[in-house]
Design a binder for this molecule. Sequence first.
Ligand code: B12
Ligand code: SF4
Length: 614
Amino acid sequence: MKLAVQIAGSTSGEQALGAHHPRFYASLPRLNRWRNRWQDLIGVCHSRFRILLVGAEDEENLALRSLAAYLLQEGMQPAIVPYTDPHQVGDVINAVHNHRPAIVALSLAFQCLADNYFELVRELRRDGYRGHVIVGGHFATFEYLKILETQPGIDSVGRFEGEMPLVHLALAIQKGGDLSAVPDLVHRTASGIIENKASQELMDLDRLPFPLRNRRAQMRLGENFATLLSSRGCWHSGCSYCCIGAFHRQRSNHVVRLRSAEKVARELARLHKSKGVRLFQFHDDNFVLRTTKETQARISSLRRCLQEAKIPLARIALLVKARPDTIDDPVAADLKALGCVGVFLGVENASESGLKALIRRAHVQDTERAIAGLTRQGIGMTYNLLIFHPHATMDEINQNIEFVRRHIGIPFDFGRAEIVAGSPLERLVTIEGRLRGKWPHWDYQITDRAVQKMFEINRDTFRRPDSPYSPAMHELIALSYHAHALTRLHPGPISDALATESTCIVTRANRFILECLEQLRDLSAQEYSFAPVEELNRRLSEGCARIRREAWHLTKRMERLQFVEGIFQVFGVREAVQEGTWVSALLGCRVDANGTACGCFKTAWRPRTAEGCR
Ligand code: B12
Ligand code: SF4
């Protein structure tokens, strides 16, 4: 079994957390046993306090890695082990055996994973772990009481940002175990659950060390990839389904804090120079600020700092998140100039009533303006529609369907506004007496019966556990971002041809999904019957399998181009690649005598341009 624990034993703050070589992992248990015995013998094991950080790592988890960097800076010895699904229990238990931490710190950001984490704690305790177990993150921050009341294996909850509580907890345990002065900590004592004082101090983001990274960068969309943050919190902090506002507001008046452009540029430059990262995903809730003026000033300082750090902007590509009401033509142009190739646009609903119900404080015309501006700049987009919410109506759903039709070339997803702890929606459905389900998995009834029925059929079709719909949509989103990153980082006619094909695939896929969505809507107007639901399932299975096949083939061709260009870059003749007819033949692309992309051999029967697909 691959042991995924990553030892952070070095004193250097930027030292990578681990090696990715399989032999390194295989040798870890034995090496660690010897190291631990040796340290026990010579009595050095207490010089560095060991903490094991556990959390979902679909990619480098910035919560775990920020905490690990801070602990390391404060003289502790952190290690990270990923835990995304129950199959990884063994990895965590092995990590506990090898690292022998005094504290196991679990990041419980995702409410949907809470049960898995509770089971993990039970397993750890069954396995004999006697150290301190603390949980933190968004879900734990709000549900600390229920967690401590129902989960005897968990000793404490660190609320809000975890740097302070974790370090103070470690110091308190080292000094004998009086936890009463640990800020933002809620803990179990013999006399009951005690809620310590909230810390008065807000972390200065510029004084935090950079998150600890793996030795090698991850690959995403065929490029070396990293995630990073230029801020914490959200200036809007109001949406009904979101807990970010409460997470920051319950502690201070600062709902959003920005890192300085210098620090962001320095972190980005370090990742680019030391790990060859070219694709950066900013996980800020809103990379784009409230007003055009603020955003323009911010982007211009970021550009200046990147130029000072000698980062050629043409060699990097950025993915960011933004609210539509913050994007106009000047902002879109600035994003483009900074290297932005994709925006996760917070559309959320394409009707005025839906936006109001979700407390977005934005309008459909903002979304239309943002899409037009980003399209003019050639920046890719993707969005999500929360068509199901407590007060959704069929009229709203129809408006959303029309919106998708108007923007058929943009990959999207749709779903229900889920109840997460700390969100205004949680309060709303509780007050209205419509909360259903069992903690931590809340459910609710939609007021409009037809919409509720549509949601239920959606659960049995698009969202049934083995439905290929979600993977297909994720792959389409990735395909579209991939194409946009390709045209920026590998400009040339072949990239353009592949990007055109990507738009064609997305457009065809969206047309198909739209038809299925309409079928779903029509089913909700009829008496529920098994056969038509099964028919929709069959249609979805076949259609999504086709979409995934097409997306996969095109992705492979894009990766091949990136690979070939990578080789030619070594010899300094990267530009020659996209002009070589043998390369276009290899990749199945046709480039005409003027060097313009004009379609694809394999798909010659299809329209040759994205426009043709519409
Ligand atoms: C990046 C991200 C993702 C990535 C995950 C990357 C990874 N971890 O591998 C991806 C895109 C995969 C993702 C997916 C999902 N996400 Co998400 N995601 C985020 C996002 C935007 C940033 C998280 C982050 O890195 N923050 C930066 C770090 C530094 O801040 P932090 O996470 O708050 O961590 C600090 C504190 O929370 C605390 N802390 C954290 N852990 C611990 C542990 C201890 C012991 C202590 C003491 C403190 C502590 O200290 C940290 C440092 O100060 C957040 C929003 C946000 N602003 O945080 C949403 C967020 C966490 N996601 C959310 C959701 C709902 C989801 C999905 C369910 C969406 C969906 N419908 O599919 C999925 C679930 C994924 C899964 N694994 O099952 C919600 C969670 C709400 C909830 N309570 O459940 C959030 C809050 C977004 C929101 N506005 O509602 N997500
Ligand atoms: S959904 Fe986004 S914009 Fe709305 S409050 Fe949450 S982070 Fe802010």
